[in-house]
Every structure is written in structure tokens, then in C-alpha cells.
Design a protein around this ligand. Structure first.
Ligand SMILES: CCC1=C(C)/C(=C/C2=NC(=C\c3[nH]c(/C=C4\NC(=O)[C@H](C)[C@H]4CC)c(C)c3CCC(=O)O)/C(CCC(=O)O)=C2C)NC1=O
Length: 169
């Protein structure tokens, strides 16, 4: 599992180079955004249960077929599994925000997910909608907390959506 710093260092180490201007610029921007990343993770941790509940509610309002007979989130067990998956996406997004890297998303979340979802008939499109709703809710809370520049928050959520959609083709 890599973070922004270990990824960068291992790239330079592979070719035996000292850190150059590009490396230092990218390290500087990682550390400059560090406090905001940590604060974003703190806000997510403190509000996780409420965020997952609200995002699930919004998803089922937007795509009500999911919780009707025949829908993939129909029955209490599958409804709960769906919210649990939303909780996974949120928790791993918070780790990835701190790490400044997607490696842990590949390794811990996305590996083998397509096969699992396909074999259980879990629809990718609505899952992506759910992740986007989570993202927007998180961004709302983060800007309420006074962080003006929230675009860094998009990255892990968008990455998971992109990878999920691509591998589902
Ligand atoms: C931390 C990494 C990780 C992920 C991501 C993960 C996902 C994951 N979701 C699963 C199931 C599931 N996932 C869903 C999710 C949904 N159904 C919908 O209609 C919605 C679109 C969506 C919620 C947004 C459902 C309903 C199931 C149960 C499907 C079934 O058993 O029939 C399963 C099958 C095993 C199980 O039920 O626990 C896995 C492995 N597990 C992991 O360890």
C-alpha cells in the first residue's frame, strides 16, 4: 500500500535518481494540502454514519427500482449490504485523501470487485450514482467547515467511479 511520498520515492529509486524539481514541486503541493486532507478525513470520520444513511436515502429516491421486488437492494439483507458497500467507499476515500494516492483503492477496494458485482447482479451504474452522491455530501460538509478549495476531495471518489465503470465494460 503506497502513499504519495512512497510512490514518488520508489519511482526515483528505481532509476537511482535524486529528487529533482518536479519531484520537489509535487512533494510541496502534497504537504501544502496536508492540513486540508487531514481535516477532510476528520470530517468524514465524525459524520460517516449520517453520510452513508443520507446518501443511501438519496440514492433510493433517485433509483427506486433498486429497493422494489426484483431490485438488487431489495430485501433487508441486500439493502444492508448496499449501505455497507457505501460505507466502504466512504471509508477508503477518506484513507486515500490522507494518502494522496489511489494505490490503496486499487489494492483494497477495486481488485476483483467487478467479478463480484457481476456475479451477484449488483448494478454498476447506480453504484456510481451512490458514490457521486457521497462525494457531493462530503464536499458540502467540508466547505461548511470553511475549506474553500474542495476539488481535491473529488479525486478518490471519481477514481473509484472511473475504475468501476471502465472495468464493467
Ligand atoms: C472494502 C472492499 C469491499 C467491497 C467494495 C465489497 C463489496 C461487496 N459487495 C457485495 C455484495 C453486495 N453489494 C450490494 C450493493 C448494491 N446493490 C445495489 O442495488 C446498489 C446499487 C448497491 C449499493 C450502492 C448488494 C445488494 C450486495 C449483496 C448482493 C447479494 O448477496 O445478492 C459483496 C459480496 C459479498 C457480501 O455480500 O458481503 C462484496 C464483496 N466488499 C469488500 O470487502
Amino acid at each position: 500500500m503506497q502513499d504519495a511520498v512512497t510512490t514518488l520515492i520508489s519511482n526515483y529509486d528505481t532509476t537511482g535518481r535524486y529528487l529533482d524539481r518536479d519531484a520537489l514541486d509535487s512533494l510541496k503541493s502534497y504537504f501544502d494540502s496536508g492540513m486540508n486532507r487531514v481535516q477532510a478525513a476528520a470530517i468524514i470520520s465524525a459524520n460517516a454514519a449520517g453520510l452513508v444513511k443520507a446518501a443511501g436515502k438519496a440514492l433510493f429516491e433517485q433509483v427506486p427500482e433498486l429497493i422494489r421486488p426484483g431490485g438488487n437492494a431489495y430485501t433487508t439483507r441486500r439493502y444492508a449490504a448496499c449501505l455497507r458497500d457505501m460505507d466502504y467507499y466512504l471509508r477508503y476515500a477518506s484513507y486515500s485523501l490522507v494518502a494522496g494516492d489511489f494505490d490503496l483503492l486499487d489494492e483494497r477496494v477495486l481488485a476483483g470487485l467487478r467479478e463480484t458485482y457481476n456475479s451477484l447482479g449488483v448494478p454498476i451504474g447506480p453504484t456510481v450514482v451512490g458514490i457521486q452522491i457521497l462525494k457531493d455530501m462530503v464536499k458540502g460538509q467540508i466547505s461548511e467547515a470553511g475549506i474553500e478549495e474542495t476539488s481535491f476531495v473529488d479525486q478518490p471518489f471519481d477514481y473509484m467511479c472511473r475504475e468501476l465503470s471502465e472495468i464493467s465494460v
